[in-house]
Design a protein around this ligand. Structure first.
Ligand code: SF4
Ligand code: MG
Length: 318
């Protein structure tokens, strides 16, 4: 974020400007139609910010998001794109309006956007509720009358109501019990097959991502450090950070807050280390690592990683 009018105003009053966090830095990502791309990394690495930029909730300070080939230089989405990308959030209770009945939570947007006639709203909602595994006779109830898993199904039905082609799921199963998690993941997979949906699946839980995605991008302090086919990255991680994530995964609790490295905590995103952001935790760091930023380079077919060691190895073995 660039300093804006508010920052300058606060400065004039003698206060400190708000910290400028570069939550997402030089990221280029492509998701093919019908593909499920995972985005993993520790809490605070910029995954959610990237998800919000993709879904249009947050405009990027620079760069562009293009959807169905319709690029917008300012990163804002064209009107037609707005419905094509929908988001499913972590906490269904806080993302659902608790004063509204389910029929309105799910049915309001398609009626508002003229996708469904008002008189057909109840039928549309009933069909969506059935599709996500909810009993349509509960349509007049309120969110608090449902369990966590059911509320997440309501959130999914609400996202599907405007017939999106891309679903951005931000920790969409992280707040659920393990058994309920599996059910909701199965629903995501069914929907993908039935509707030909494309997913950007954001999660700190590597097991979830492994289960659901074709490709995975690993993020560290605002940058993509490795990207490639999910199976390959899980079996042969190239980047030292991916290796650390995978080696720690079984020992970590399921709670988001407990997701911390044993080696050391994540540096503050306010002042990320220079050069390779990971050099303060990397067991393989060389002097170049704190001086220059490693670029994402090909390490195999359809695989990229950003690490000086990999660049060096390439030079030594032509
Ligand atoms: Fe480690 Fe250096 Fe590679 Fe960064 S660039 S991951 S510090 S070896
Ligand atoms: Mg997040």
């Amino acid at each position: 974020r660039k300093p804006d009018l508010v920052d300058r105003f606060v400065q004039r009053l003698g206060g400190k400007p708000f910290p400028v966090v570069r939550a997402v830095d030089r990221v280029t990502l492509e998701v093919g139609r019908g593909e499920a791309l995972g985005l993993v990394g520790e809490s605070g690495c910029g995954k959610s910010t990237l998800g919000r930029i993709v879904s249009g909730i947050l405009p990027p300070s620079s760069g562009a998001v293009s959807f169905d080939n319709g690029a917008r230089a300012d990163g804002r989405r064209a009107h037609g794109d707005r419905l094509g990308i929908q988001m499913v959030f972590q906490d269904p209770m806080s993302s659902l309006n608790r004063r509204k009945r389910i029929v309105d939570i799910i049915g309001e947007a398609p009626v508002y956007h003229g996708l469904v006639a008002r008189k057909d709203k109840a039928d549309k909602v009933a069909a969506l509720m059935r599709e996500v595994g909810l009993d349509p006779s509960y349509a007049s109830r309120f969110p608090h009358q449902f369990s966590g898993g059911q509320r997440q199904r309501i959130g999914i039905a609400r996202a599907l109501a405007v017939e999106p082609s891309l679903l951005v799921c931000d920790e969409a199963v992280s707040a659920l019990d393990v058994s309920v998690q599996a059910q909701v993941l199965n629903l995501f997979m069914d929907l993908r097959e039935r509707r030909g949906l494309t997913y950007l699946f954001i999660s700190h839980d590597l097991g979830v991502v492994k289960h659901l995605t074709d490709r995975v991008a690993v993020m560290y302090l605002g940058r993509i450090v490795e990207i490639g086919p999910t199976q390959e990255i899980f079996s042969r991680p190239a980047h030292p950070y991916t290796q650390l994530l995978l080696s720690e995964a079984p020992r970590l609790g399921r709670g988001h807050k407990r997701y911390r490295s044993a080696a050391s905590d994540l540096p503050s995103p306010l002042a990320p280390p220079p050069g390779c952001h990971f050099h303060t935790r990397c067991p393989h760091a060389i002097p170049a690592c704190s001086r220059s930023i490693p670029l994402l380079t090909a390490v195999g077919p359809d695989r990229k990683a950003a690490c000086h060691l990999i660049e060096q190895t390439r030079k030594e073995t032509p």
